[in-house]
Design a protein around this ligand. Structure first.
Ligand SMILES: *[C@@H]1O[C@H](CO)[C@@H](O)[C@H](O)[C@H]1NC(C)=O
Ligand SMILES: *[C@@H]1O[C@H](CO)[C@@H](O)[C@H](O)[C@H]1NC(C)=O
Ligand SMILES: *[C@@H]1O[C@H](CO)[C@@H](O)[C@H](O)[C@H]1NC(C)=O
Ligand SMILES: *[C@@H]1O[C@H](CO)[C@@H](O)[C@H](O)[C@H]1NC(C)=O
Length: 565
């Protein structure tokens, strides 16, 4: 039986008004689509249209081939329907610039979309696609591709092509992509690359050669390099690329400088490719050098490389009192010029107040390495047995010191007429009721620190200190210690950079002309670099407990700190 189609008022109107744009959307339209079994055919006679949107119509499951009549279309927006297929005639819509088929039920895309020479935006996100057609590199004006939330397992091999020299955004999050080739860097304009929530195991080091890359997202992938995995979940693009660049160099060194991708193909093409890569690498290196000037550098010396490695033995009885300890040695910290020592001590106080919760969460102690006699033992002593020369005081036992501090706190409260507990009191409370107190003891039996109360006057740092022994203790967790140590090192790197940059202003300090190289030249701009020497703590039987820093330290959200391992 022949059903008389009712007219669609929007389309009548668009026809009489010779409209170039038409939006069909929502429940009213959806009902008519449902009733008529699709879009009314009259829509395909609106040949003047350059913008057509039909969206949010769950009844729309297909588009008629007559759509090819709309040859002026520049934007075709068919998002949030239930399209299960899309006709190949789309290839005839040669003026199309924007094609949005997002949030539908598409399982394949017609290969004909590769004929859309003017296309700049392709949005097929939220469908059921398992692959993309080959030949998309013919759409040389593409600047944004969004294939997020599909079932794609791999990129078409020809997608990463120099021909797509305008492609700046590639979003492929929430798919099942298993591999990203280094060829991605053939995309000369790539700025944003989102591959979050896929099944990648590796990120190609070549990524660091994509010079325009500003934003990458690799969260939610199970990377084999766990350090990298941590970084992609916490760090900014630049740090990740720096890290990849480092990895690339290692690989290059291993390959003896060759490209060595070993993907076969013609020798000549290989050579060209290699030259091109080298050129890119050089440009990247140059750019990196410029950026490096703004960077804070920290170099880590492995325990095995360190000539005077300090070791710390942790005795079992600290478990009851203050179990966690992390140490390291820092070289290159400038404490001589101007107020640099003062600034460092102030920074330490601030860390104690903030991150360390007025020392209730963790405590930092700093020592002059020259005055520390290794091996050290972290142990407990009875309050009457623990003797120390507290900072700025004479030698006394822990009992005497605690009593003195309580008196001073009381005095302070009276002065300030405060009824409540002062900050000073708070950490004193940590020791209340303990029969043993924690302390760090040197090889001569001298206590060099009594956390969380004080460290020893004997090993305290001065303007002349060139190497620092840092110690962080906590009753909470090892990670707490590491987090505080990370923060301390970042702070030190910042201060050192500041000191290096303000050397001239600090120059009034006559004695300081800066360290001089053997050949008489003064140090170059990277003289703010810190060297962190790993320190290991072992248990009573000599079994390793902690090495700090390890490769999982010093990485959280620190974008302007470069760590060289
Ligand atoms: C792609 O489609 C999604 C879902 O409709 C939308 O949120 C996004 O803005 C679109 N992006 C582009 C570039 O059109
Ligand atoms: C890509 O599509 C996803 C899912 O529809 C959307 O959330 C995201 O905003 C889109 N991004 C771009 C750049 O189009
Ligand atoms: C003391 O108590 C007052 C009010 O109870 C509070 O505002 C103040 O922060 C407290 N001071 C300290 C050091 O805890
Ligand atoms: C490093 O970045 C932090 C914020 O992430 C900023 O506060 C600090 O000033 C920066 N330091 C330097 C030396 O650029």
């Amino acid at each position: 039986a022949w059903i008389k189609m009712e007219k669609w008022p929007e389309i009548e109107k668009a026809a009489t008004e010779k409209r170039r744009e038409l939006v069909l959307q929502g429940p009213g339209v959806d009902q008519r689509i449902s009733r008529d079994g699709g879009l009314t055919s009259s829509v395909y006679s609106l040949t003047l249209l350059n913008y057509l949107e039909v969206s949010q119509c769950p009844s729309l499951t297909h588009i008629h081939a007559d759509i090819q009549q709309l040859s002026s279309l520049q934007s075709l927006i068919l998002c949030r329907n239930k399209l299960a297929s899309f006709p190949g005639v789309v290839g005839r819509l040669t003026s199309l610039k924007v094609l949005d088929l997002s949030v539908n039920n598409l399982e394949v895309l017609p290969v004909e979309i590769t004929q859309l020479k003017e296309l700049n935006t392709l949005n097929v996100s939220c469908n059921r696609l398992e692959m993309l057609p080959d030949g998309l590199n013919q759409c040389s004006k593409l600047s944004t591709i969004n294939i997020s939330r599909n079932k794609i397992t791999r990129f078409p091999t020809d997608l990463f092509s120099e021909r797509l020299d305008l492609l700046s955004t590639l979003v492929a999050s929430d798919n099942s992509i298993q591999e990203l080739g280094g060829e991605v860097c053939k995309l000369p304009a790539l700025k944003v690359l989102d591959l979050s929530n896929n099944q990648l195991r590796e990120i190609p080091p070549d990524l660091s050669n994509c010079l325009k890359l500003k934003e990458i997202n690799f969260k939610g992938n199970k990377l084999s390099d766990k350090r990298l995995e941590k970084m992609v979940n916490g760090c900014q693009t630049k740090s990740i690329l720096d890290y990849l660049r480092g990895k690339g160099r290692e690989r290059l060194a291993q390959d003896g400088g060759g490209g060595g991708d070993g993907d076969g193909g013609g020798r000549g093409a290989d050579k060209k490719k290699r030259q091109q890569q080298q050129r890119k690498k050089k440009a990247a290196d140059e750019q990196e050098e410029v950026e490096e000037l703004d960077k804070m550098l920290v170099r880590v010396l492995h325990v095995s490389e360190a000539p005077t490695a300090i070791t710390v033995k942790v005795s079992a009885d600290v478990k009851e009192v203050r179990p966690y300890l992390v140490c390291c040695v820092v070289r290159g910290m400038k404490l001589k010029p101007g107020n640099s020592l003062k600034r460092f001590l102030m920074a330490q106080t601030k860390l104690h107040d903030d991150l360390c919760g007025k020392r209730t969460i963790a405590t930092i102690a700093t020592h002059d390495v020259q005055l520390v006699k290794s091996p050290l033992v972290y142990e407990v002593k009875a309050p009457s047995q623990l003797k120390i020369v507290p900072l700025g005081r004479r030698e006394m036992t822990a009992i005497e010191l605690i009593r003195l501090l309580h008196l001073e706190a009381q005095e302070l409260r009276k002065q300030k007429k405060r009824q409540n507990v002062t900050g000073l009191h708070k950490y004193l409370q940590l020791l209340e009721g303990k029969s043993m107190y924690p302390c760090l003891v040197d090889t001569d039996g001298h206590v060099i620190s009594f956390p969380p109360i004080t460290n020893s006057e004997k090993t305290k740092i001065k303007k002349t200190t060139t190497e620092l022994f840092l110690e962080v203790t906590s009753a909470e967790s090892l990670q707490t210690c590491k987090d505080v140590m990370d923060a301390l090192i970042v702070k030190m790197a910042e201060l050192n950079k500041f000191t290096a940059e303000h050397r001239e202003e600090a120059g009034s300090d006559g004695e300081d002309n800066g360290p001089t190289e053997p050949d008489g030249t003064t140090e170059t701009s990277d003289n703010s670099q810190l060297i962190i020497q790993q320190v290991r703590t072992v248990d009573q039987d000599g079994n390793l407990k902690v090495v700090y820093p390890s490769k999982t330290d010093l990485i959280k959200g620190i974008s302007n700190l470069t760590v060289i391992w």
